[in-house]
Design a protein around this ligand. Sequence first.
Ligand code: UT7
Length: 322
Amino acid sequence: MTIRAVLAGTGHYLPSKILTNDDMSEFVETSDEWIIARTGIRQRHQAAEGELTSDLATHAAHEALADAGLTPDDIDLIVVATTTPDFTFPATATIVQKNLGMTHGAAFDLQAVCSGFIYGVNVVDAMIRSGAAKNVLLIGAETFTRILDFTDRTTCVLFGDGAGAVVLCAQDVSEDGQGVLASFIRSDGHHKDLLHVDGGPSSTGTVGHVRMIGNQVFKRAVTDIADAMRQCAAKVDMPIEDIDWFVPHQANQRILNGVAKKLKIDPDTVISTVAKHANTSAASVPLALHTAIMDGRIKRGDTVMLEAFGGGFTWGAALLRY
Ligand code: UT7
């Protein structure tokens, strides 16, 4: 027997306002045809004025707790992966903790941009295995549209708002039992100019806007994601072809296709929500995971590989048995 972080429940939240590609073409010179052909995106959700990242995260957390059959009293750690926190401080996770009515436990934010949820799985898995945490709420939540420059067509059409949450619980399981089996994280800080936000508390004293040289990020993304998936699976000697489902970061349908082709993965086993959600950064993987569990594709006992690539650059993968 071994202690593992077992996925006990999932939840999600998407703001009610939807911006279609045609809506976007009213702000910038673009078209539904271009956006669909180059990215697969058809629409994105946008948080209402006054609706904060912590609000999205709290909704998703409630849903995940209900799915797991737990209450906030059972949770001893909250981790929120986000690039769009409510404030520079306190951590958005502590605001979620307050929103859930908790006066116990610990909460912190994790910043790895679009790879934030994968980094979160890596950190939470290590904390659970070491005994430092028992029942953890791991949330990816973003109001990414707040840091978009709506005059820049090369970035503003790509992103959306949302939150996805999971409850990970320490359980003593057999070797072939459920839980996080392996994870792999990497970063390379030499490429800030290819993908960054041009502001921050220490540099400009402003929040800033997303800047990206998309076609260069694209090439790195496909190569590094494929490598992370191979390395992650190799940690537990699991051939890629034995994995039931792939839940990628939802940046671009062409990246999903490129990785699937490189690793000879059946496209039907790759979960795609990019058309409806666009790129919700740290929220995209848990949103896609929740979607595929709720619609019945991912079933208990299935093996699932999560992966992401984002600003930093950061990238990684995580393999679990649901
Ligand atoms: O989540 C973090 C990771 N992020 C990513 O992984 C994003 C990776 N990159 C991408 O997804 C793609 O590179 C983009 C979707 C951003 C761009 O697609 P692309 O096929 O790489 O196009 P491109 O950047 O090479 O641009 C092609 C043309 C350019 O025009 P010219 O120079 O050929 O005349 C752009 O100005 O498309 C133009 N363009 C647009 N046209 C209409 C760029 N954005 C738009 C737009 N509407 N929104």
